[in-house]
Design a protein around this ligand. Sequence first.
Ligand SMILES: [Zn+2]
Length: 301
Amino acid sequence: MNEKSYCPACHETQKQLRGEKGDFKVYVCQKCGTLYIAGKKAATSFNYDDYYDEGNLAIPDFVERRLTEIVRSFEKYRQNNRFLDVGCGAGTLLKAALNEGWQAEGIEVSRSSVEFLRKQGMKVFHGDLSAAQFSEGSFDVAAAAEILEHIPEPINVLKEIYQVLRPGGLLWATTPHGKGASARLLGVRWTCVAPPEHLHLFSVKGIKNLLEEAKFRNVRISTQGLNPFEIIHTLRNGKVLQAENKEINKMDERAFNRYETSYELNASLSASALRRAVKNLLNRMLDTSRLGDSLKIWAEK
Ligand SMILES: [Zn+2]
């Protein structure tokens, strides 16, 4: 039942085997280029309950600054002042939104994360978006950072987000890019090819198709180098792998070290105005060439 036979982004059945990772086969969609997995284990069997602990809930300063910038970019959508973070994880974006005066709340499947955030007084629903039963048109902005790649049928959550946004509201999302430089150069060795956590890595064409199927308008997608959530995610990933699978861990160690290098690079690139300018230029080049490893998505209801 879990041997997915069609692309999760465009529903095409023609696919080509890209490689194997663990028990999983990684395919590339022949129509839109999205990478997706199929394998023996249930895609939904991954247990997110203890996904977070104190180690991976601690966030570096430069990431926090970047999150504030991101939240400030949502300003023109502020009408009823309600902000939803779908898959709020360590709560970093929620915190940034609260600091900027939004009435912000989150949805999260990881129990440890929910407990951690509630202790700090944040409003977080434990479970899936559909179970939270928000009224239609509740939110100005919904964020979905690094979650679409985890969800077996991403079209469903996109339709649900569309429902809970007010007309003209914004969906802002990030997810790894299945046709970026790392996916092309490293193939299944790329750390983001990480089943059963990551079930699909979208192409620009694939995610655009999916957003339009969910009826979003004014869809804008850029491809960039690293994004703050990818950093958070990779930190978390390394931890999970260390704790749960020594075999994968061995394989992943090099990749994780490579990530640490880029993390330091990102931190030092954020350090001064000149460096920030260089970084922006690099990101623009990655975007123009569509080779960035991260997809950033803006879509309106
Ligand atoms: Zn496809």
